[in-house]
Write a protein that binds this ligand. Structure first.
Ligand code: CMX
Ligand code: CO
Length: 142
């Protein structure tokens, strides 16, 4: 079902500071910066590698307010790994298949994610404590 690890989402207090750290320490490059009001985040995607199934990234996340998903996570657990995003070919189909196995969905239909992707989250309580995101990258226009 999964094509690759699309990204690892990392919660932080100060996006610009963490971008500078990842650039200077690991030599990663920012390929996209967005504010996603629906998800309550200001975020950046840093390119890690190209694989057969597509690219993989680190997604740095700063909450837009303390009441958001990432804001609550930071208050409870502090900075660190927040979620894993897996690449899928068809997020709607993957959601149906996963729901059929009894895993609770946070999103029953796809939402807008970084760089034009369609995304949906699965509940961490049904995935062994791991917040899990499905990511369908947009089709490349030719
Ligand atoms: N990973 C693992 N467990 C998590 C978690 C995370 N990132 N965030 C919350 N939880 C756990 C909490 O620890 C808590 O467990 P306990 O009851 O054992 O303490 C439980 O889930 C409920 O947490 P909460 O603080 O009460 O928060 P909510 O239930 O309000 O929200 C969740 C939790 C997962 C439903 C919410 O964070 C969510 O909807 N997330 C999906 C959207 C999102 O994270 N968007 C930001 C990223 C956007 C992007 O990637 O593009
Ligand atoms: Co993500």
């Amino acid at each position: 079902m999964f094509l690759r690890i699309d990204h690892v989402g990392i919660a932080c207090h100060d996006l610009e500071e963490k971008i500078a750290f990842y650039e200077s320490t690991f030599g990663l490059t920012v390929v996209s910066r967005e504010v996603n009001e629906e998800q309550g985040v200001k975020e950046a995607m840093l390119h890690v590698a190209e694989g057969e199934g597509g690219a993989s990234y680190v997604q740095l996340l700063e909450p837009l307010s303390p009441e958001t998903a990432v804001g609550k996570f930071l208050a409870k657990r502090g900075e660190g790994v927040h979620h894993i995003g897996y690449g899928v070919a068809d997020v709607t189909r993957a959601l149906q298949e996963i729901a059929g196995k009894g895993v609770r969905l946070i999103d029953s239909r796809p939402r807008h994610g970084s760089m034009g992707a369609a995304i949906a989250f699965l509940h961490p309580k049904d995935v062994g404590g791991v917040l899990t995101e499905l990511v369908e990258a947009p089709r490349r226009s030719s």
